[in-house]
Write a protein that binds this ligand. Structure first.
Ligand SMILES: Cc1cc2nc3c(=O)[nH]c(=O)nc-3n(C[C@H](O)[C@H](O)[C@H](O)COP(=O)(O)OP(=O)(O)OC[C@H]3O[C@@H](n4cnc5c(N)ncnc54)[C@H](O)[C@@H]3O)c2cc1C
Ligand code: SF4
Length: 332
């Protein structure tokens, strides 16, 4: 078992206290929620904070609220509670499915939505012990100067591996952030960048406080995931789709495929193809083909990239088959 390095633990009991601690400790500190991502990364020397600021006792960040227009989820809400929440199951099934398939039961009981949203990128050449990485000569993401995935690359292309990200992107979620500089809101679409070293637009001292998801009538969504072992593993590929229906016709459409590179990929060509049409087997096949053409997995994860690419068609088809019009829309 790998030991944890030495660090100082802080346990603020309010959001205001957490913000001021982050301001005081600066770059030397990291936030910790469930710890299921951060602590393994610290054991591997991928991240080396001197201080951890725990959000565990900040009760303002807990729970799911909803009215007619929005579902609002506190960043510290556990994945297991989101996956089975009636409002999430009814209005944002893609998120219920995504959170219900993160890791294994222990990860979902400890892991939070805020932590999942802010998950570090993953790569077969970085999620290894320090000694393993040292033997390879390290890499751009930490301690080194080269990328082993794109040999001549100047940029890290480690994979966004958080299952909630594609679901929140297609659902049009908004992320509330709080820092010593005040509040701001980012759309889930603007939350991720293409830099695998740190793939978030969020500054390190910004705390995700809440995630807001709009509720729309005649909206359906679905999430699909490819992983080695259905009971526990990170995604080798995942995909979320969302359709707003007007009667039996597709009025708005969104598709995001992830676990490719640092930023989850929105497949814009799929929306152009789907809007204005009625769902059909032919359309499903065309959309799966568009996703296949636009998404190219890299050798950053430990399964064959060509096989992962072939599986894009399968995942998209499975998601679309579950996203047929709601009964009321079909009747009009
Ligand atoms: C064996 C194993 C399998 C796993 N499988 C999956 C999987 O299939 N899919 C998946 O998505 N993940 C997987 N994970 C990763 C992890 O369990 C989940 O992503 C979990 O949701 C992370 O949440 P956490 O609360 O534990 O985050 P933490 O580890 O506490 O934090 C993760 C990151 O988020 C930051 N952070 C946490 N909360 C906030 C906040 N409110 N504001 C700003 N920053 C914050 C932390 O500083 C840290 O950088 C797996 C982990 C393991 C060990
Ligand atoms: S993509 Fe390249 S730079 Fe990034 S973690 Fe993997 S090997 Fe390192």
């Amino acid at each position: 078992m790998l030991p944890l390095p030495v660090f100082q633990h802080h346990s603020p009991s309010s959001l205001a206290e957490a913000v001021s601690l982050m301001a005081e400790l600066g770059d030397r500190a990291r936030l910790i929620a469930g710890g299921t991502d951060l602590l393994p990364n610290m054991k591997h020397g991928i991240v080396e904070p001197e201080h951890l600021v725990s959000l565990r006792a900040v009760t303002e960040l807990n729970g799911v609220q909803h009215d007619d227009a929005h579902i609002v989820i506190g960043a510290m809400t556990r994945l297991v509670d989101i996956a089975k929440h009636p409002a999430v199951l009814e209005h944002a099934p893609a998120l219920a499915e995504a959170t219900g398939q993160v890791g294994g039961p222990h990860h979902r009981r400890m892991g939070t939505l805020g932590g999942n949203l802010c998950l570090d990128t993953r790569c077969v050449y970085i999620n290894q012990t320090y000694f393993w990485r040292e033997a390879l000569g390290f890499c751009l993401k930490k301690d080194g100067t080269v990328c082993h995935v794109v040999k001549s690359g100047k940029k890290c292309v480690a994979a966004a591996s958080n299952d909630s990200a594609p679901a929140l992107m297609v659902l049009g979620a908004e992320i509330d952030l709080l820092s010593p500089r005040g509040k701001r809101t980012l759309s889930a679409n603007d939350f991720y960048t293409t830099d695998g070293i740190y793939n978030q637009s969020r500054k390190l001292d910004e705390i995700v406080t809440h995630i807001r998801i709009p509720i729309l009538a005649d909206r359906v969504s679905a999430f699909e995931k490819l992983r080695r072992r259905g009971a526990i593993d990170y995604p080798l590929l995942n995909c979320a789709i969302r359709i707003d229906y007007k009667g039996p016709q597709i009025d708005e459409f969104d598709m995001v495929v992830s676990a490719l590179a640092a930023r989850p990929k929105r497949v814009k060509a799929a929306a152009r193809l789907a809007i204005g049409k009625k769902p059909s087997d032919a359309l499903t096949k065309q959309l799966a083909e568009v996703a296949f053409k636009n998404c190219k997995p890299l050798t950053n994860l430990d399964n064959d990239a060509d096989w992962r690419r072939d599986m894009i068609r399968v995942l998209v088809r499975k998601a679309l088959e579950r996203a047929r019009p709601p009964v009321a829309s079909q009747a009009t």
